[in-house]
Design a protein around this ligand. Sequence first.
Ligand SMILES: C[S@@+](CC[C@H](N)C(=O)[O-])C[C@H]1O[C@@H](n2cnc3c(N)ncnc32)[C@H](O)[C@@H]1O
Length: 277
Amino acid sequence: MRLDVVTIFPEYLEPLNVSLVGKARARGQLHVHVHDLRAWTYDRHNTVDDTPYGGGPGMVMKTEPWGDALDSVLADGYEAGSREPALIVPTPSGRPFTQELAVHLSERPWLLFTPARYEGIDRRVVDEYATRMPVYEVSIGDYVLAGGEAAVLVVTEAVARLLPGVLGNAESHRDDSFAPGAMANLLEGPVHTKPPLWRGRGVPDVLLSGHHGKIARWRRDEALRRTTAHRPDLIERCDPKAFDKKDREMLSILGWEPDPDGERYGRFWRRTDGVEE
Ligand SMILES: C[S@@+](CC[C@H](N)C(=O)[O-])C[C@H]1O[C@@H](n2cnc3c(N)ncnc32)[C@H](O)[C@@H]1O
């Protein structure tokens, strides 16, 4: 997979040299190119921003540096044999970045990121490249960062760990929280490792029992417990077919029951105490 990042802070992308992404690069599974947007400015001050049309606070990133940068990066990539680029535009007004989207992006051969600063990039840039390639405007959460570089790091790491051969154990992401395709999207429960006793705290007996069936059940119950506590919205949307008898028993203990109007509203579960999430 090829990744290009155009930014005014190339040094912000240094973490792409370490850990999982760094190793994937060293092994040649990931080809990362970070470009300084200011290389495509032609004035003395290397200007990349200007005042917004219509007035208002803040500055807007200019069309010309972005257009020239993207044309040049795309030409480079095509020349190197890359095909089917997709533009990833980090923005708080984008679609939420989810595990499902990470899986989808991990299947593309070439991602080109445009992390912005200031109030973002002149809209015409996105509209222009959307005529040539798929564009994904993505938000990593309901908060506003000063710039998109941290979002690029987030998306890159989520995508890179899904590439074939990048994780030591291919099974590792099968049980992840938010593993897509499941009828029930449950958060992963707690995990433990040696020593068996730490500061007087033991490990749940079942994990030491060697009984695979019981361990699987315990993990499932803990996933249900954690999801009801932290993300009740995920439970509400779970397809009832995703749950077996034991799941239902656990959900009942945790204070949840099937919603008889579920089909109609797409909310299949509700709390037995009547509290709305
Ligand atoms: C200060 S923000 C611009 C915020 C803009 N005024 C708005 O409310 O949509 C500057 C840049 O940071 C990045 N950014 C900020 N928050 C983000 C988020 N939650 N997800 C992805 N990118 C974000 C985007 O690249 C954005 O253009």
